[in-house]
Design a protein around this ligand. Structure first.
Ligand code: NAP
Length: 292
């Protein structure tokens, strides 16, 4: 039986990789891969079908879920994500979706003070209570954050800057999150009811991360430890909403306290191979780390 899988956030860091992983899987497993897009996507993986999907437009969601039996459920970083996610799940289930693979966050496991983590926990619980089959993915910070937020610093100044002192983090490659999601879609019964906490293979300090980027680009990259108070003041003075600033500051605070350094073997257990390292990530993105 051909499965019909809809990927939300397919223009974003993880969703884009999920679409790619499913497009590969589709070469051997009968499935239609649909990607939900709010706006036009420049490049789609081959064999993937776009559908308009906006969490703020119920008609678009109803049309996007037509004929779909499984969906990759990411929530964009918006303030009303809880209500919008509940509504998206209502519409998905009413359309006949029987499997949900949900992108959550590792911090939802233990950070009970951040609003964003609480939203993640509530959406996860809603999925677990209502979807016939579900898998929850709780990744730590993404390797991709460096290119999303620090590309200019790396390329132009050979620098990564973060307010986390000498702390260590086991950054995960979003491609591994995507491969785990694809495995869950491939074998829904095997992965049903499971919550996977996804990390990279090792917790590294930022000097080691910077060194990996430097080696890949063939020019030195150094780590600059930003003063936490200055970073907080800068974020609070920026256009970022307060709940998002709070979330970022909590991660930095917990990281400095050494609370985000733990690793898991969930990627390896699901995929039968180790998680990609920061060296793998840096090597595969070397061109983007070099000056334009
Ligand atoms: N970054 C991390 O280190 C990290 C770690 C753990 C968990 N997470 C979680 O990962 C999630 C974010 O995933 P990501 O980094 O892959 O996302 P992302 O790169 O920020 O992309 C967000 C996606 O959401 C889409 N979007 C925004 N508003 C939408 C709407 N109203 N309707 C439909 N789509 C909409 C965007 O579409 P457009 O392209 O059209 O704007 C984009 O494709 C969050 O829940 C976050 O808490 C992140």
């Amino acid at each position: 039986m051909t499965r019909h899988i809809l990927v939300t956030g397919a223009n974003g860091t993880v969703g884009r990789e999920v679409a790619r992983s499913l497009a590969r899987l589709r070469q051997t497993v009968p499935m239609e891969v649909l990607v939900g897009l709010r706006s036009d996507l420049a490049t789609l993986p081959e064999g993937v079908t776009p559908r308009r999907f906006d969490f703020r437009d119920e008609a678009s969601m109803a049309a996007a879920f037509e004929g779909v039996d499984a969906f990759f459920f990411m929530t964009p970083l918006i303030e009303d994500q809880l209500a919008l996610s509940r509504r998206a799940l209502d519409i998905a289930l009413a359309a006949g979706v029987t499997q949900v693979v949900r992108l959550s966050s590792r911090s939802a496991e233990w950070d009970f003070e951040s609003e964003l983590r609480a939203w993640h926990r509530e959406i996860d619980a809603d999925v677990a209570a209502r979807a016939r089959r579900y898998t929850i993915l709780r990744p730590c910070s993404f390797m991709q954050n460096f290119l999303t937020h620090q590309a200019e610093g790396i390329r132009a100044h050979g620098r990564v800057a973060l307010p986390i002192g000498e702390a260590r983090l086991p950054y995960i490659d979003a491609r591994d999150i995507a491969d785990v999601a694809a495995a869950a879609f491939h074998e829904p019964d095997v992965h049903h009811g499971r919550t996977y906490v996804l990390t990279g293979p090792a917790a590294l300090d930022m000097h080691a991360v910077a060194a990996a980027f430097g080696a890949a680009r063939g020019a030195p990259v150094r780590y600059v430890a930003v003063d936490p108070d200055k970073a907080a003041a800068g974020m609070r003075a920026s256009a970022m909403p307060a709940w998002l600033v709070d979330s970022a500051l909590r991660v930095h605070e917990r990281t400095r306290a050494g609370l985000e350094a733990g690793t898991t073997l969930d990627v390896e257990r699901v995929l039968g191979r180790p998680a990609r390292s920061i060296h793998d990530y840096a090597r595969d993105h070397a061109a983007l780390l070099r000056e334009a």
